[in-house]
Design a protein around this ligand. Structure first.
Ligand SMILES: CCCCCCCCCC/C=C\CCCCCC(=O)SCCNC(=O)CCNC(=O)[C@H](O)C(C)(C)COP(=O)(O)OP(=O)(O)OC[C@H]1O[C@@H](n2cnc3c(N)ncnc32)[C@H](O)[C@@H]1OP(=O)(O)O
Ligand SMILES: Cc1cc2nc3c(=O)[nH]c(=O)nc-3n(C[C@H](O)[C@H](O)[C@H](O)COP(=O)(O)OP(=O)(O)OC[C@H]3O[C@@H](n4cnc5c(N)ncnc54)[C@H](O)[C@@H]3O)c2cc1C
Length: 670
């Protein structure tokens, strides 16, 4: 074995200690053995040509070079996908999470094509008629046209109804006239729009026959396909440096009475006929928001995957890193042996599991709702919207906090860009804002919860995710504390019910004392966000536990044990985080809290020997991790030194600035 492929001895020891079958856990997380094998096959095809094709790491490049390099790699990756991977997966899997995952081997930051695949293509699939899909989809999938999703404007992101771009129908020419009437109506932020896209989905206020019908979606060509020049009437560019996303060429876009054919309105849910007659969406007023719901659903899996990457890096590094001494003269311990380090990291492993299983469950819910909607039934849409909103909010917010925790857990080296942790953080922190801000989405869930509360109060049976509200009206007093998993989940549901109840009471009291409904709601929004968070927490706890029980039914004993330890750690961790709520809404005592604390500390000890095995089970290839600290072989210090060799600043022993500036300064007299 050469030193290049030698495994660090501490990491090798950790793997010898691991007492469960790692592959079995990988299969569970991937959704079955077949899916794992398929993923591995795709990764082999996509990555074996050597994915990270950068001679100089992208962080050393200028903005121009970085963008060009990102386009170069996007094209390499797209060709691999088109020519080799889709042979295995079929075209319908173009945007699958596996391809998303494999793509990370090519980019530390973001591919300028991400929004094309993540939102432009889904908007064609979700918002176009079959005839329109036949026109646009094959060209988009084949990258003959490249798109972005331009919804947000300088003046409005959250409040979609406030968007100002107009699309006015002209029956004479059977065209829509797109116009940006104010500076605040300029589209702002759309990924891939600034330099890359030649088309985009534009969200604009639809006017026809002198009447505004609210926001609708349009497919708009913005650049010439041969010259890539912006078309007359289109003003487009890049918005400038930002925190992360620097290779995504986020753009701005304005229109000056720019005409597009009538059939470029996405007409699955509402139509404008040739004569200008508006035909309203028959089924539900918010179906034009469908692409956002789809992306929110996928973002829960994104949160899980990125957290899995961060904790893989931090746990492997913590097994390799030795620091301090416990007793004078004793060998320095691996930092993973410190309970405080375990406290930082094991919750991240458990959270990645919780989010992965919740993401799969949410995806199944999403596809079931889609199937119902195809039959014309939209009854389950409000629950899906409430669920996808709060799960997107919480998973992205928790993942952000825990990825930062993983970075802190790596000390100084966690700040190195080559660790990949700063990139992961910058990518994930944005997910808390884009596709619906954290607070705004929790308030959407709160609307649903208050309505569900009112239904339960009037004796109606409510939908499964809020069924605990029916129980709330049949039990008296505080929920009896019970330290079993089911008991902890029940208490969390009682906390949610209690908080929703307080919100309803506050709103009613405020109305009774003279406020109108809007003000009463507004004054209660701090509590409403809190209640929605509690509801979502209970959904995650419940789903994680249920899924582990279901998925480990036929697992080997050791896999069952370690996955149970993790889910118990998760439940105990959150119980301890929320002792205030538990004291308020359940019969938990001081003594019970002491027991919970002890249980938590014992779980850290039990999980410790399997920690490296657990992160190995995420099965994230080194090319995808792209981390000096987290590679499978644990050659942390060697990789940090190798990376230094790539630093252009080290190319010459003396920097030209010495002669230009430093030396004159040193020679100058005071
Ligand atoms: C290589 C392979 C790649 C594969 C790709 C996979 C990658 C995946 C990862 C990343 C992918 C993409 C990256 C994405 C980048 C970012 C892109 C963006 O950010 S795009 C812009 C997103 N913008 C937003 O999310 C805006 C947020 N705002 C809103 O959603 C809405 O305005 C609002 C919901 C906050 C309010 O809307 P409004 O119309 O004002 O509605 P009301 O509040 O009045 O509610 C009325 C009523 O409607 C219900 N409602 C609202 N929204 C929905 C919905 N979506 N579905 C169903 N129902 C909805 C709401 O609950 C109310 O109901 P009531 O019954 O009246 O209570
Ligand atoms: C990296 C990145 C990529 C993006 N990509 C795209 C893209 O491809 N396409 C696209 O169209 N957009 C994109 N966006 C825009 C993104 O969707 C919006 O920024 C996001 O939806 C938040 O809207 P906003 O910026 O208007 O925030 P604001 O709504 O102005 O939020 C500012 C503050 O106000 C609060 N607030 C706002 N409304 C309310 C309310 N009703 N109640 C209580 N509090 C409220 C928020 O909680 C927040 O604290 C991107 C953004 C980022 C950061």
């Amino acid at each position: 074995m050469t030193s290049k492929n030698k495994i660090n001895e501490d990491l090798a020891n950790e793997r010898r200690k691991c007492n469960f079958n790692i592959e079995e856990v990988t299969y569970i997380l991937d959704g079955g053995k077949e899916k794992t094998l398929q993923r591995k096959k795709i990764e082999d095809v996509a990555l074996n040509g050597g994915a990270s094709v950068d001679d100089i790491p992208e962080e050393y490049l200028s903005a121009r070079e970085r963008y060009e390099n990102a386009i170069r790699k996007s094209c390499i990756y797209t060709n691999i996908v088109k020519n080799e991977v889709l042979e295995i997966t079929g075209i319908e899997n173009y945007g699958s999470p596996v391809l998303r995952r494999t793509g990370d081997a090519f980019f530390k930051d973001i591919s300028p094509f991400m929004l094309h695949l993540g939102m432009f293509v889904p908007s064609i699939i979700g918002q176009c008629t079959a005839e329109q899909q036949a026109t646009w989809l094959p060209r988009a999938l084949d990258m003959k046209i490249i798109g972005a999703y331009a919804q947000t404007e300088l003046g409005h992101g959250t409040f979609i109804r406030g968007l100002e771009t107009t699309a006015t129908y002209d029956p004479e020419t059977e065209e829509f006239v797109l116009h940006s009437p104010t500076i605040t109506s300029y589209k702002w932020w759309a990924g891939g729009l600034g330099r890359t896209a030649n088309h985009c989905t534009v969200v604009a206020q639809l006017y026809t026959q002198g009447k505004c019908h609210g926001t609708h979606l349009f497919i708009v060509q913005i650049r010439d396909l041969e010259t890539h020049m912006p078309l007359p009437g289109v003003k487009v560019g890049e918005i400038g440096p930002r925190m992360g996303f620097n290779t995504a060429d986020n753009g701005f876009l304005g229109f000056n009475n720019y005409r597009i054919p009538r059939m470029n309105m996405m007409m699955k849910n509402a139509q404008v006929l040739k004569d200008g007659t508006y035909v309203k969406a028959a089924r539900h007023g918010k179906l034009t928001y469908g692409t956002m719901v789809f992306v929110r659903v996928t973002l829960v899996g994104e949160a899980s995957f990125n957290l899995a990457k961060a904790v893989t890096i931090a746990v492997r590094y913590s097994a390799v890193r030795r620091q301090s001494e416990l007793r004078p003269g004793s060998i320095e311990p691996q930092i993973l042996d410190y309970p405080t380090q375990q406290h930082k990291l094991f919750i991240c492993i458990a959270t990645a599991h919780a989010f992965q299983l919740t993401a799969s469950w949410l995806w199944n819910t999403f596809t079931a709702v889609q199937a119902e909607m195809k039959k014309g039934n939209v009854d389950t849409l409000p629950e899906l919207h409430a669920l996808s909103s709060c799960l997107k909010a919480l998973s992205t917010s928790d993942a952000t906090a825990y990825i930062e925790q993983c970075r802190f857990a790596c000390g100084g080296h966690g700040y190195m860009l080559s660790s990949n942790l700063p990139f992961l953080y910058a990518f994930v922190v944005a997910t808390r804002t884009y596709e619906g801000d954290y607070t705004v989405l929790l308030l959407q869930t709160a609307r649903f919860l208050v309505k569900a509360w009112e239904q339960a109060e009037s004796g109606k049976v409510v939908t499964p995710t809020v069924a605990y509200l029916n129980r709330h009206f049949t039990t008296n007093g505080k929920m009896i504390w019970d330290n079993s998993p089911e008991g902890i989940i029940r208490v969390f549901q009682s906390v949610a019910a209690g908080k929703i109840s307080l919100c309803v009471r506050s709103i009613r009291n405020r109305i009774t004392s003279g406020m109108d409904h809007e003000d009463a709601w507004l004054m209660t929004t701090v509590q409403l966000v809190n209640a929605a968070e509690a509801h979502c927490r209970s959904v995650i706890l419940h789903t994680y536990w249920n899924e582990i029980v279901r998925l480990t039914k036929h697992s080997s004993d050791n896999v069952k044990t370690v996955l149970n330890q993790l889910v118990m750690l998760y439940l105990t961790y959150w119980a301890l985080e929320r002792t205030g709520d538990l004291l308020r809404y359940s019969t938990i005592s001081e003594n019970d809290i002491d027991l919970l604390q002890r249980q938590y500390e014992e779980l850290l000890v039990k999980i410790r020997p399997n920690a490296v095995g657990l992160v190995d089970a995420f099965d994230i290839r080194d090319e995808i991790l792209q981390s000096t600290l987290g590679s499978y072989d644990g050659r942390v210090y060697e990789r940090l030194m190798e990376e230094v060799q790539k630093n252009p600043l080290n190319k010459e022993p003396v920097d030209p600035s010495f002669h230009k500036y430093l030396k004159p300064l040193m020679k100058s007299k005071i």
